[in-house]
Design a protein around this ligand. Sequence first.
Ligand SMILES: Nc1nc2c(ncn2[C@@H]2O[C@H](COP(=O)(O)OP(=O)(O)OP(=O)(O)O)[C@@H](O)[C@H]2O)c(=O)[nH]1
Ligand SMILES: [Mg+2]
Length: 257
Amino acid sequence: MKQEIFMYFIGTAGSGKSTLTASMQQWCTDRALDAIIVNLDPGAENLPYDPDVDIRDWISLREVMETNKLGPNGAQIACADMIALNTEDVKQSINSFKADYILLDTPGQLELFVFREAGKYTVKFLSPEKSVLCYLLDPLLSKSASGFVSQLLLAITTNFRLNQPQINILSKADLLSKKQQALIQRWSLDTEEIYEALCSEEATLHREMSEQLLTLIKDLGGYTKLIAISQKDFSGIEDLYTTIQQQFEGGEDLLKD
Ligand SMILES: Nc1nc2c(ncn2[C@@H]2O[C@H](COP(=O)(O)OP(=O)(O)OP(=O)(O)O)[C@@H](O)[C@H]2O)c(=O)[nH]1
Ligand SMILES: [Mg+2]
């Protein structure tokens, strides 16, 4: 019996989605775990992997630009909407692999997948049972308290829109020192420390808003353990795998075979 766990890699532009998708597949292959990659980014140009299922087989950004006389941004939006028209074919193609792990790389700009109806529809249609959103926080934005809080709010918005279990990842952790990583990990769990950091970073004008935002994040369960991953040296990927196995407890841990 195949597990069929769908892992969606989502994050702001350049946060490391495609690289993590590739690293996760490599990590799985090294352990004889069966993982395929689905590229859902119609505008992708140079991918660090060879996709098993590729939305570009059905939708071409260049063609949409030329046929509809659209600029790159308008065409990206049109393409994002067109993904929904091809979900049946994409699903059939995914099913033909009968893989345990389906790694889905999402479009560069988060808003194309998270804010447009087509993204929500695609997640629901492809994998109503076992889906997990792997939300990547950009390491450089996470260094400042206000940047970190803004990203947590985006992570919550993603969860609100797509309504699936979610794991927050501190991406490209090798770009941060151990000290910076430890601080960000504390911010992700402790309202007091992040509040202090916000107050010392921002003008007092922001104090009230900071308090309100932090309360909101807390009430919505937005403080969770972050999994620090470096796509380059694979550190943290085992932690991600274990967390996903726990998420779908009852499912077989294929590494234990
Ligand atoms: N140092 C470091 N760089 C990384 C890591 N992962 C990715 N990068 C680099 O970050 C840049 C963006 O990585 P991508 O994987 O293309 O990010 P993305 O989110 O797919 O980007 P878009 O799809 O264009 O939005 C590339 O130059 C990668 O080589 C990492 O773990 N460490
Ligand atoms: Mg990408």
